[in-house]
Design a protein around this ligand. Structure first.
Ligand SMILES: Cc1cc2nc3c(=O)[nH]c(=O)nc-3n(C[C@H](O)[C@H](O)[C@H](O)COP(=O)(O)OP(=O)(O)OC[C@H]3O[C@@H](n4cnc5c(N)ncnc54)[C@H](O)[C@@H]3O)c2cc1C
Length: 381
């Protein structure tokens, strides 16, 4: 009996396990994960207050239920320390495990801020359910929260926490929120909408240092501003977990490099989800995971499929200003054309022939995403 080992119990790992089982009833499928293996929806973490879900109800299936679902095994609380591709073996923090095929679904981790250790010790990050539980414990009874980072996760948390009654301040070196996803006109709309809800912004300035002052945290900004808050949430972006792959000699660019069949530079090892990069694209989002998992499963079953991605708009879960964005490719030539109205902003990125290459839709215009998306070029043909 051949054995497929999947490292990671996030959406990517478990979707591969399910898809692989659909195609192969006989082989052993083992998911190895350093967390508890329980399944939850990660995007929900930045809107738990709005959805009114008690923290102890965020798990939708236990590790045991997941294992029964894909008729395999979950090795929870088990960290993979190293991969030996020649011997097809994983070194674990408790023993070792052989594989015939290996799937890396390792996710990403918060990017470290260039701060001293005292400052870093004042930060919390949320990139898993365990992180979120810790954050909620720390936030209990507190009033003021600073969020470092005005990207997708920072803005979503700002919206959710301010609605939950916290005094929220968002700090970012960029001059407007969501700089990687939105042109200025939409960024200004988000700024105003969240400010209207009570969010305070310190943009265009970084964090120089943080220090504990009793139960509070003093935040010194590079522009000289001093803030005192109860809690500081760092939402300064993620970087793919590539270290295991790098040490195993696999090709790594920004993420673990895979081809259109999701295969790494080792023919027995695949990678997908937040840890992987395909054709130079790193897409740390939900939408690419299902097609990638189907392609991995097809390849594992001996009938490789080359993946293609349509454009995949990103919905920003800020109910104060519904926003859907599909930024143009990094080197796309063209310019933004924005319509600014009282109830929203529509920005279309078009080339000199009027071809639509990207969009950002805020407020009432967000509803146009489904209509506009089919006109956009595919991400991967
Ligand atoms: C707050 C928040 C909100 C988000 N909102 C959205 C949204 O609205 N829309 C959207 O498209 N995307 C959103 N995202 C991103 C989306 O959630 C991720 O792209 C997706 O969940 C990644 O899944 P994954 O399986 O690749 O990684 P993960 O879910 O991170 O899973 C990685 C797994 O690998 C395991 N692992 C790592 N290293 C090891 C090791 N050495 N040994 C054993 N196990 C290991 C971990 O324990 C974990 O089980 C959001 C992310 C966050 C944090």
């Amino acid at each position: 009996m051949a054995s497929t080992v999947i490292v990671g119990s996030g959406l990517a790992g478990y979707t591969v396990a399910r898809e692989a089982r659909k195609r192969n009833k006989a082989d052993e499928i083992i998911v190895v994960t350093q967390d508890d293996g329980h399944f939850y929806s990660k995007p929900v973490l930045s809107e738990v207050y709005r959805l009114g879900i008690p923290v102890n109800e965020l798990v939708s299936r236990t590790a045991e239920e997941m294992a029964r679902q894909f008729k395999g095994r979950v090795l929870a609380d088990t960290k993979v320390l190293a991969i030996d591709p020649a011997a097809r073996t994983l070194a674990l923090d408790r023993g070792s495990l052989g594989y015939d095929k290996l799937v890396l679904a390792l996710g990403a981790e918060p990017a470290a801020l260039p701060l001293d250790s005292e400052s870093l010790g004042c930060l919390v990050t949320v990139n898993s359910l365990a992180d979120y539980r810790r954050f909620r414990q720390l936030a209990e009874g507190k009033k003021t929260i600073a969020i470092i980072g005005a990207g997708l996760i920072g803005c979503e948390f700002a919206n959710d926490l301010v609605r939950a009654g916290y005094a929220v301040t968002v700090i970012d070196i960029a001059p407007l929120p969501l700089p990687r996803l939105l042109p200025d006109a939409n960024g200004q709309y988000t700024y105003a909408a969240l400010e209207g809800l009570g969010v305070r912004w310190h943009l265009g300035t970084g964090v120089a240092a943080l220090s504990r002052r009793g139960d509070s945290i003093a935040v010194a900004l590079s522009d000289g501003t001093q803030l005192t808050v109860d809690l500081v949430l760092a939402a300064t972006g993620l970087r793919p977990r590539t270290e295991l792959a790098r040490r195993a000699g696999l090709q790594v660019a920004h993420g673990i490099a895979v081809n259109r069949e999701l295969r790494t530079s080792d023919r027995n090892i695949y990678a997908l989800g937040d840890c992987a990069e395909i054709g130079g694209l790193w897409l740390p989002y939900i939408a690419p995971i299902a097609p990638a998992a189907r392609a991995v499963a097809a390849s594992l079953a001996g009938g490789p499929q080359s993946i293609s991605y349509p454009c995949m708009p990103v919905t920003i879960k800020t109910p104060a200003c519904p926003t859907v964005a599909c930024p143009p490719a990094p080197r796309a030539e063209g310019r933004w054309h924005s319509i600014v109205a009282d109830d929203g902003v529509q920005s279309l990125f078009q080339d000199s022939n009027g071809q639509l290459l990207g969009f950002a839709l805020s407020g009432a215009y967000a509803e146009r995403a489904a209509e506009l998306a089919p006109a956009l070029p595919a991400l991967l043909h």
